[in-house]
Design a protein around this ligand. Structure first.
Ligand SMILES: Nc1ncnc2c1ncn2[C@@H]1O[C@H](COP(=O)(O)OP(=O)(O)O)[C@@H](O)[C@H]1O
Ligand SMILES: [Mg+2]
Length: 287
């Protein structure tokens, strides 16, 4: 009987969907990625999903600071092979889990073979921990960012209406398209004056991408410049928790709903995150 139960459990585990992995990135820095990751994670968690945030901004990790977390360990310890990824997970607000980052982490592909293998193995342990993994990255087209973007089921590309941010977002789209023509990219336009302005920007980027690359990108959401955001940042607490009615909070809730709604339409999500991680490290292990 217990043997039977064991088998059933194993079967259930094998059929459990793998977490959906979403990487958030941008062409230009300071466009609100980390704020969006954290508050989107909270919104998705409030909708009943188990969410894990990985701070993979290897240059300027700050998710822990934005959340006021007190953590002893971070991604660096996993990369160094001193800790397992699952052992550095800390509890954040609203039930989200966080793997804090560390600034100045060297290129992951520079890890030696043994460490890389250990790192991959620890990713495997995260599979059962979450329904969704949100990965925060740094801006720009570094190999680390592209790696995390390519590993994801979906890429959220954040921009602002500033001309330089738009240009950098488009440059990022080009790179993503060149590396993976099947990538799914959702645009978020942050720090906007009005919804009209936001949608104009999003449409322009989407149109250029369609026209010149034949690469469709969708518009995931827009977020106005909201004075509650810096106010919460100063308090090291997520604004969606402090200010549930703030415009920015409404915006991330909408994004969360859109992401979860899109799940039914997506046949590929969650299929083989670990395989992709492993494949990436295999093809890059000659370094
Ligand atoms: N919608 C918004 N309204 C007002 N300020 C914002 C908004 N989004 C982000 N910010 C501010 O912009 C700055 C950069 O945000 P951050 O999330 O750290 O960007 P990134 O991760 O892209 O570098 C922060 O000081 C934050 O308070
Ligand atoms: Mg950031």
């Amino acid at each position: 009987m217990s043997d039977q139960a064991e088998k059933l459990r194993a079967l259930a585990a094998a059929h459990r969907a793998q977490p959906r992995v979403i990487t958030v990135t941008s062409g230009k820095g300071g466009v609100g990625k980390s704020n969006i990751v954290i508050n989107l994670a909270i919104a998705v968690s409030r909708m009943g999903k188990r969410v894990l945030v990985i701070d993979a901004d290897l240059g300027l990790a700050n998710v822990d600071i934005l959340l006021g977390l007190k953590n002893t360990f971070n991604l660096q310890h996993a990369i160094d092979g001193k800790m397992k990824l699952r052992d550095i997970v800390v509890e954040g607000p609203a039930g989200i889990k966080v793997i804090p980052g560390s600034s100045g982490i060297p290129h992951i592909a520079n890890m030696n073979r043994r460490r890389r293998q250990e790192f991959i193995t620890s990713f495997k342990e995260l599979e059962g921990e979450a329904d969704m993994i949100l990965i925060d990255t740094s801006a720009g087209m570094t190999r680390n960012v592209i790696t995390f973007a390519l590993l994801a089921d979906d890429i959220i590309l954040v921009t602002t209406p500033e001309p330089s941010a738009i240009t950098d977002a488009y440059a990022m789209i080009k790179v993503i398209h060149a590396e993976k023509a099947t990538a799914r990219v959702g645009l978020v336009v942050n720090l906007t004056r009005s919804e009209t302005q936001a949608l104009e920007v999003a449409d322009r980027i989407a149109q250029v991408s369609r026209q010149f690359l034949n690469f469709p990108v969708s518009v995931l959401g827009t977020m106005p410049t909201d004075p509650y955001v810096p106010r919460a940042v100063m308090q090291r607490q997520p604004w969606s928790e402090l200010y549930p009615k703030a415009p920015a909070t409404k915006a991330v809730k909408q994004m969360a709903a859109r992401i979860l709604n899109g799940e039914e339409n997506s046949a590929v999500h969650g299929a083989g995150f670990i395989q992709r991680v492993s494949a990436f490290f295999k093809t890059n292990s000659q370094a």
